[in-house]
Ligand binder design. Sequence first.
Ligand SMILES: [Zn+2]
Length: 211
Amino acid sequence: MNSTTLAVAASKPVPAIVMQQQIKKDWEQLVNQITELAKKEDDCALNIGDLLHEIKDEWGNQFVQEAAKASGISMSVARQRLWVSSKIPKEHFLRDTHLTYGQLRLIAGTSDVDFWGKQALGNGWDLKQLKTAIEEAGDKKAQEDGHPCVQCAEALNDQQKIVAFTVQGEKRHRACSVKCAADYFFARSQEPQTATEDEDGPMSEKDFDLA
Ligand SMILES: [Zn+2]
């Protein structure tokens, strides 16, 4: 485009209402496309998991690793896909719902897949709401069951206000007080390798051992 056409285009401004309508249309179109692709992405993740599941059933874990290597996906991705597919297999009712792969992955990490699936659907929770609900239920149970404080190892109880936190990629940590939480973080900052594990059972696919 040369400078003359630019000048002509600039001299004929598009009416604001037309601009607004066009922006709205473009916006909706783009969002619809993204929604569709995200759905496909979810389907792909589940399908990959199902195929790995098939390989595991047929030939064992060793071949899951082989398949991951041969197809160029990382072991952590393979492990996660396989884990979700194992906990929520193809024929499971949650597969026919609008729940996203991210939501299914969270639900797969619970000890009661059906319960949390129904909760997510019934309450219309998004990913963040579902995550919070699962975490809070886990905290409550840990207090009732008297799990040890991550720092002082004293049994938690349901009368106290605990401090619970999740460090990326780790199981949830729970401290009996703000002081214990602060001490814990201080100790970790001095020695980064001291991550502890609680006994919640598998809360993430990292616990899903393929060996
Ligand atoms: Zn403590």
